[in-house]
Each structure stands twice: as C-alpha cells, then as structure tokens.
Design a protein around this ligand. Structure first.
Ligand code: ADP
Ligand code: MG
Length: 685
C-alpha cells in the first residue's frame, strides 16, 4: 500500500506533467488527490435508444460501429473523422473535428458507449464530438454518474477522474480509516474505502449520499478535535476565582452612565469571573453600542483582584486608539495601561515588556504582538479580543496560553450564527448589547448614482463649513490580473479631489501600504481636526472613533458586502452631530439596488447581516477565511449543521477519554488533524 503522503508524481499513470497541473489545484499528495472531491455530478446513467433521441438532447447511447472510420482533411487546420454507429433501434452518423486519434480508437464491429448532444434533421440523426468508451472497459464519462471537478487550464474532469482512479488504486484495498470503529457504527457511517471511491464514482445517488455523509462527518470530526486540542485542557473546573467588586464603582467615573445592556453584559462577565470556572464569553453588540467600555469595566474588575488584562485588537490604528481612550479611564481608578504593537522601537518594546512582566501594567492593549515570543505577564487574568472575525482560532488559543487559564472575553460587532460561533469559540456564553447609547442618531443613508456627484460636492462644502469632517472610502481597484493597488487608487483619488474639486479644503489620505506609524499620524491628525476630508481604503473600517465626522461616502459601494458597509457607516454618527452616509454606485444590477436599498432602510446590524446572508448566500459569509479555520473540502457550515453538532459531540467525548489523542489507536486522527490545520502555525507539533 502506498502511504497517503506519497507525492502524486510517483503514482503509476499520473506522471510529471499532470502532477504539475494538479499541483495548481492544491493537489500534491495521494491524500490530496483522493480528497479532491467533485464539485458536481452529471447523470449520464440513462442509455437511450438511438431512434428515440430528440434534437438537442444530451444523451448516452450504446452502439456498434457499422461503417469504416474515415478521416478527411477539409483544409489546413480542419480535419474531419466520420463514421456511422447503430443499436437495435436505428443508426446515426458521428463527426469528430480535429480528433485524429479517433480513427485508431474506434474500431468497426466494436460496441461503445457514446455521450454527446444529438442532432436530428428530417429523422436523420447525428452527433458531433461525442465522448466514447468501449463496452466492458472501465468507464469514467459515459453510462454512469460522472464526476465534475473544479478545473485549471490543461485539465478536464475526465483527466482528473482518471488520475483519481489511479490514486484509489494505489491506495490498495484498505484505506486506513481514521474514524474509530465504534463511532462509525454508532452513526451508521460508511467505511473510508467505500466513501472515497463512491464520492468520485458513485454507482447511484443513494450511495453517493451515504459516502458524502461519512466524509462530511469525518471532516467536521477532525476539525472539532483539532479545535479541542488547540483549546487544550482548559478544563471546566479550575478557573481563576476573582474577588467580588461592584462594577458600579467603575461606571460612576465615566462621563456618561452605561446603558442597561452594557451593565448586563458586564454583570454576566463578572459573575463568570467569580464562579471559579474559566469564562468564555462573547459580547455581541452593533457598532457604536459601546463595547469598549464593557471591556474596560472587566479589566477594572480583574485588577481589583490583582490580575492583569490584555486587550487584543486587529490593527495598530485600533490598538493606539483604544489605548488613548482607555488610558485616562483606567488612570482615574489608579490603573496603568500599556500599548504593545509591532510599531514600537526596540527600546520602547523592552520597556513595555518589562512593565508587563513586573506587573506594573494592569491593562495592555495591542495587536497580535501580544502573543509574540518573549511577551510575559506577571499575572494575566483576563484576555479580551476585540475583533470582527479577524483573529484565527490559533491566535486566540495562543494568547489564552500566555496566562494560567485566564478568563476569555470576545467582543464582536458581527452577528455570528450560533453554529459558527460554537466552532470559533467553543462552548461559549453570549451577552448581547441590544441597545445603543442615548442620543445616538440614525445615520441618514442614500444610495446614489454618478448624476448626484455635483450635489454631493456642495453638500460636503456645506458640512465642512459647519465644522464637520468627512470620510471617503474607495475600494481597491483591480485592473486585469494586476493585484489591487490601493496606494495608487487612494493617492490618485485624493490628489484629484484636492486639486480639482476642493482646493480650499484640507484633504488627507491613508492607504494600506503606509507604515503603521504614518497611518496613525494621519488618523490622529484627522481626529484632531487637522484635515477636513480623509480618503482611505477600508483600513478605517474597524472601530475608529472620530465624533466630529458626520459624513461617510463610499465609492463603488456595490463592491462591498452589506455588513462591511454597515461597519463603515458606523464610523459616523458617533457624536452629537446629525450624520449621513452616501453610497455611490453606478451599477444597474437589480441585486445591487436591492442590497443598497437595505442600507437605506435599516440601521440594525442584525437585520443587515441576515439580509446579507439571504442575498449573497452562506458561501460568502463563511467563505472569508479571516476566521482562520482550515478550509473545508466537502462540509458546509451552513447546510450540514446537524452533522456538525453530532461530530462536535463525538469529538468532545473522545477528548474526554484521551485528552491529547496520545493513544496509539488515535495516531491516524492526530496525523490527519495536523495535516488539516495550517502546519505553519505549529499548533500540533
Ligand atoms: P463599539 O461597540 O462600536 O466598539 P465604542 O465602544 O467605540 O463602540 O463606543 C462608541 C462611542 O460611544 C464611544 O465614543 C463611547 O465613548 C460612547 N459610549 C459608549 N457607551 C456610552 C454610553 N452608555 N453613553 C454615551 N456614550 C457612550
Ligand atoms: Mg469597538
């Protein structure tokens, strides 16, 4: 038996050239090959009598070659091969264009399966370029359910099917089955060998269903085990038990009173941290609902028991902003805040690390620099991540591992379907902030076309003359195959705007290729009112707070997802000023109109997320790999939820039995898990 890790180049019948093409599809080992599942199937099972073929019908017939196979050169570059075939019902002519090999492979007197589109003219039947396979020989593309694969130039589904067939052959009779027998029997799951063979070459749709189910289960099972291992032995038992303290003491020092929803979320977290069980809580709240203050209250609470907190955010801009907001808040209570990002100088970094390790810092705010090598905490008790699906599960696990089973709090503005949340965060509790701070105004939103541009320019002038500021977001522009160049898009746009339209206003801009220091400087200058208009790509999407900004303009709005537009819109309407959002789009597509219309109608992030899901389908929602989960080959988080739950239950049970899967029988599982997760993360080494 060939090991599953074997390079496909060495598999009999595949060869160097094919292996290279398959490599482009991410297929390089035997396991990749047999796991390269069809994206669809075509049912060519029905074999039709020749005489019954209708014009235009795509069909399969079983017929014998009844005339010599003739080849003729019509002109340079056009060769025709012709013959006639017949079954008991009647005959038809076959024509092949530029397929000279046909003459040698179609033999008069032999019977073949043909698949093609029939043409009927005055009861004369013919087919052009049918695929054919001899009766009795192995068949891949006629008279059966045919796999359809995702392709790349130079490969056809047929070529891939043949390669897979070779691969399955190389695997031998027994494919090692990573699923424990007992589990397989409990859930009525097919054997690995049957499943892999059937998923590619189903004898029936019934069998296909059985095979699919088994493979989906396996994929979710491996995923759940992997995540379980990542989370480690963070037991339900011994969490840090913090001392009681009243968050009201913290809230009273705020310049505003917390909303009921904010208080409830903090109370939930506080009782978790008092319980002795490690907290694993998600606080979900729309943009602007005031999650930062909740995080601060929790950090304050941990500090009352002498513990440090870490707040991890996705970008440096955000880290610095949070640090600016939190430092004075914490200082009022005698607590010290630090900032750790990749932008620090070596000297600054040394100092920050020293204060962390010596316990001088109570709250550290940072990017994933927080989980980098050499960062040590004197007494880490609470880990908060503020994110929009931006941290991979591995990163989240890495920071939790920095402390001695710290409490974990995740804050998200994106409503996450329950199942996905379970996968991303494990067994978690959820608090929802379903109330906005008082006085928050609705951001009036208009989806407009190019013809409105002059009026919008006037509007911008008016707002700026009233002292307000404006965000303009332009998406990455892709030209042909060139990678999107946001520097050019933003720079040209901003300079054009400054020169031709608003010479009297102060236009600044930010793009993704700037150094973080530079970005922060510009952002800070904008926040301080030193420019009127800030042009950027979506770098400002997450959490940036400029209360004086009253207008958000989004160019080419059709390129953004609704949830993303909602995040962008959340950048304005954060202060006392009436705020607006203008969505420019010249797209005429009905779907775009409908989507942008949703933005005009509602400002409820949950409604918007649902609409997004409905209009774009779950594929898009789950398609983004920002959540850091490994890519699923066959399982679908949205449609295979029931199987997911079962697989999760079984994974939990297995880990209770063998917490690190160290039993020899579980070795194949361990290996599969290691291969599924990004090996670069080193999580399983
Ligand atoms: P998000 O949930 O999007 O992270 P933030 O925490 O950034 O929201 O809060 C948005 C703004 O609302 C901040 O300027 C914050 O100071 C303010 N804010 C938060 N809570 C309240 C409240 N209860 N009353 C008034 N303003 C609040
Ligand atoms: Mg926020």
């Amino acid at each position: 038996m060939t090991p599953l890790t074997q390079d496909i180049r060495y598999i009999k019948g595949i060869g160097e050239a094919r292996a290279k093409l398959l490599g482009k599809l991410g297929v390089s080992t035997l396991e990749d090959l047999i796991s390269y599942f069809p994206r669809d199937y075509e049912d060519r099972t029905a074999v039709r009598p020749v005489a019954e073929l209708a014009d235009g019908e795509a069909a399969c017939v079983l017929a014998t070659v009844v005339s010599p196979v003739r080849r003729a050169r019509i002109r340079k570059g056009l060769d025709l091969t012709k013959t006639r075939v017949a079954d008991a019902s009647g005959a038809m002519d076959l024509t092949f264009f530029n397929q000279n090999y046909v003459k040698d492979s179609l033999l008069p007197g032999e019977t073949y399966y043909f698949f093609g589109r029939a043409e009927v003219r005055n009861s004369h039947r013919s087919m052009a370029n049918p695929v054919f396979e001899r009766e009795g020989a192995p068949r891949f593309s006629t008279g059966r359910i045919v796999p359809v694969y995702r392709l790349t130039a130079g490969l056809s589904s047929l070529i891939i099917a043949r390669a897979v067939d070779r691969g399955l052959e190389a695997c031998g009779d027994i494919l090692p089955d990573p699923l424990p027998d007992a589990l397989r029997e409990r859930h009525g799951l097919a054997h690995a060998r049957f499943a892999y063979e059937t998923i590619h070459f189903p004898p029936s749709f019934e069998a296909l269903k059985t095979a699919r189910h088994r493979l989906i289960f396996e994929e979710f099972f491996i995923l759940s085990l992997g995540l379980g291992l990542l989370r480690g032995r963070r037991g339900r038992e011994d969490g840090l038990r913090l001392h009681p303290a009243d968050p009201g003491d913290f809230f009273r020092r705020l310049p505003f009173s917390p909303t009921g929803a904010q208080k409830r979320a903090v109370d939930d977290a506080v009782s978790d941290m008092l319980s002795g069980v490690p907290m694993n809580r998600l606080i979900q709240g729309d943009v602007g609902s005031g999650k930062t203050v909740c995080a601060a209250a929790c950090a304050w609470f941990a500090a009352q028991s002498g513990y440090q907190s870490a707040l991890m955010v996705p970008t440096e801009i955000l880290a610095e902003q949070h640090c600016r907001t939190l430092t004075p808040l914490m200082a009022q209570c005698g607590l010290r805040t630090g900032l750790l990002t990749g932008a620090l100088t070596a000297k600054e970094r040394r100092e920050v690390l020293y204060k962390l390790a010596s316990g001088e810092t109570d709250l550290i705010v940072g990017t994933h620099a927080l989980i980098s090598e050499g960062v040590e905490y004197a007494k880490l008790g609470l880990v908060i991540t503020d994110e929009q699906h931006r941290f991979g599960v591995t990163q989240r696990a890495a920071i939790a591992a920095k402390g001695n089973r710290p409490h974990v709090l995740v804050m998200s503005a994106t409503p996450i379907p329950r199942t996905l949340a379970l996968i991303l965060y494990g067994e978690l509790d959820v608090s929802v902030i379903d109330e906005l701070p008082p006085g928050r105004q609705r951001v009036d939103t208009f989806a407009v076309g190019e013809e409105m541009r002059p009026r919008i320019h006037k509007f911008i002038r008016r707002l700026v003359s009233e002292g307000r500021q404006v965000f303009i977001v332009c998406p990455l522009v892709e030209e042909g195959d060139a990678p999107p160049d946001d520097r050019r898009a933003v720079t040209e746009y901003a300079e054009g705007l400054q020169r031709e339209i608003f010479p009297e206003l102060r236009v600044s801009y930010i793009h993704g290729r700037m150094k973080d220091k530079e970005k922060d400087r510009i952002m800070a200058a904008f926040a301080a009112g030193e420019s009127d208009i800030l042009v950027s790509t979506t770098v400002i999407e997450v959490g940036v707070d400029v209360p004086n900004a009253a207008l958000m303009i989004v160019e080419n709005a059709e390129r953004f997802g609704l949830s993303q537009l909602h995040q962008l819109r959340g950048r304005v309407g954060r202060g006392e000023h009436k705020s607006y959002c203008i969505l420019f789009s010249s797209s005429k597509s009905a779907e775009t109109r409908e989507r942008l219309n949703v933005m005009q109608k509602t400002s409820d992030g949950f409604v918007i997320a649902e609409e997004d899901l409905r209009l774009r389908g779950p594929g898009d929602f789950f398609g983004s790999r920002q959540h850091g989960l490994p890519e699923m080959k066959i399982a679908d988080f949205a449609t295979d939820m029931e199987t997911l739950r079962e697989a999760q239950r079984e994974a939990g049970a297995l880990l209770r039995e063998d917490a690190d899967l160290s039993l020899p029988v579980h070795l194949p599982l361990r290996e599969k898990i290691a291969r599924l997760f990004d090996p670069a993360s080193g999580a399983f080494n």
